[in-house]
Structures are given as C-alpha cells and as structure tokens.
Design a protein around this ligand. Structure first.
Ligand code: NAP
Length: 249
C-alpha cells in the first residue's frame, strides 16, 4: 500500500517538541517532507530534525516567531524555495499564560492571543496563495477543548483557541472552491511539557473525569492530524475534532 502523504510537504509551526513534533514524525512516517518552525533552532530542534530525517524524507527546521506577521511570510517564502510546494499547514505553536480574569494582565492576554491566534492568521495568509496555485491543500488549526467549552483561569487561552476554530471554519468557506480544506483539532488533556508542569494530584483529578481514564498522548493527536492532512478526509472541511478521551461529550 502506498504511503498516505508520499511526496507531499507539510509546514508545522512550533514543532521542535510536544504535539508538533509527534505530528511531524507521524507525517514523515507516511512519506511527507517536513518544514517545521520553532522560536530557535537549538540542539533540541536539531535532534528533532535528525529523528524526522531517519524516515528518509526531506526535513528542515526554521527559526521563526510565529506571532510575527513578516517573519511568517519570510519563512514561508524560504520554505517554498527549499521544498517547491506546500500541501499541509499545521498551526500548532502555542503558549499558556493562565490567570483568573481580575488578575490577568494585558501582557498575558496579548502574548497568548498573538502566539496562538495571530500566528495562525499569519501562516494561513502566507501559505494560502501557494495552496491556491496548487488548487489543493489542507490546513489544520491546533485548537483545544477549552476553545469549545471554556475554562476558568484560561480566558485568554480559551478565547485564542475558540478564535482558531472560527478561523478554520471561515477559511473552509472562503477557500473550499479552490480545493483547500481547513479544520481544527481540539485536544483535551495531552501529556506534554505544557501539562507536565501540573502536580500529580491535578493530573489524577483530570484523569478521573475522562471516560477513557487516561491523559492523551501526542501520538493520539498526531493520528487525527494525519487523517485531516491526508485524502482520507477529502470531503471533510470546517470541522472540529475533539481528541479528549470523551471528557467533553
Ligand atoms: P509545548 O510542549 O509547550 O510545545 C509548544 C511548541 O510551540 C514548542 O516547540 C515551542 O517552542 C513552540 N512555540 C512557542 N511559542 C512559539 C512562537 N512564538 N513561535 C514559534 N514556536 C513557538 O506544547 P504542546 O502541549 O505540544 O502543545 C502544542 C499545541 O497543542 C499548542 O497550540 C497547544 O495550545 C495545543 N494543545 C495542547 C494541549 C495539551 O494538553 N498539551 C491540549 C490542547 C491543545 P519552544 O520550545 O521554543 O518553547
């Protein structure tokens, strides 16, 4: 059987570690060339590059602040020069700056909206002309269950993730006639550095509320991204898929 993403090129933001890295590895295993970004291409990002290259695909990590409009356009130009095409975009870069509303600073609000939501606009803006010329493409926004349901102490993060859903749904309507699909993934509690900072008590409390009785893995999310990136989902656009062990059904 041929590989699901053979000969395609994916751009994945913030993919030196965590869910982004797992998505890059899963895509590479299916024959996809990988252009990934991260704030800096340090030893850890270089190690990620080597791990992806082991699948025999072309890979390059680019230093880029996804929240910066010009930076995103420059890096996409470089990627097109290096790879020749872009078939899949995964807007994955994300941060949290949690706090209850009355204590939340303007800085916390702006940082999360810029890195999570504006970054997705930046990359879609830069990548969609390339996809339009190709008359095909799949855009995946890494949202969150809290973008669907909200969460106390995460007004900034939840708003950014809800925005990523609205953005995907709008792009699905705007660019569907050009062969471009746009969807969002809403992961629940996934075990990565982002959630690793929580105490064991808090993590156990979360697990109790999950029907499948465990936190998700980055690979659980990566498998869903693979589905949305590939032709297996060729008639699916404007959707949100929750990867949350059933916690929010
Ligand atoms: P993570 O382990 O903290 O990784 C985030 C990645 O994004 C890191 O590689 C980080 O780079 C990069 N990044 C941060 N700011 C950036 C910027 N301005 N420009 C480019 N890259 C940047 O997070 P994760 O758990 O894998 O989460 C990945 C995505 O899934 C995020 O959008 C997150 O909101 C979402 N998500 C996660 C969970 C969860 O439970 N983990 C649940 C729902 C949604 P550095 O290494 O330089 O910091």
């Amino acid at each position: 059987m041929s590989k699901l993403l053979e000969g395609k090129t994916a751009v994945i933001t913030g993919a030196a570690r965590g869910i982004g890295k797992a998505v890059a590895m899963r895509f590479a295993a299916e024959g996809c060339n990988i252009a990934f970004t991260d704030l800096v291409i340090d030893d850890n990002a270089k190690a990620t590059e080597r791990e992806i290259a082991a699948y025999g695909v072309k890979v390059k990590g680019y230093a880029s602040n996804a929240a910066d409009f010009n930076d995103a356009h420059t890096v996409v130009e470089e990627i097109v020069k290096d790879f020749g095409r872009i078939d899949v975009l995964v807007n994955n870069a994300g941060i949290t700056r949690d706090g209850l509303m009355l204590r939340m600073t303007e800085l916390q609000w702006d940082a999360v909206i810029s890195v999570n939501l504006k970054s997705a606009f930046n990359f879609i803006h830069a990548v969609s002309p390339v996809m339009m010329k190709q008359k095909s493409g799949s855009i995946i926004n890494m949202s969150s269950v809290v973008g669907v349901h909200g969460n106390a102490g995460q007004a900034n993060y939840s708003a950014s993730k809800a925005g990523m859903i609205g953005l995907a749904k709008s792009i699905a309507r705007e660019l569907g006639s050009r062969g471009i699909r746009a969807n969002a993934i809403a992961p629940g509690f996934i075990i990565t550095d982002m959630t690793g900072q929580l105490s064991e008590e808090v993590r156990n409390e979360w697990a109790k509320q999950i029907p499948l009785k465990r936190g998700g893995t980055p690979e659980d999310v990566a498998n869903t991204a693979l589905y949305l990136a590939s032709d297996l989902s060729s008639y699916i656009t404007g959707q949100v898929i929750q990867v949350d062990g059933g916690m929010n059904t």
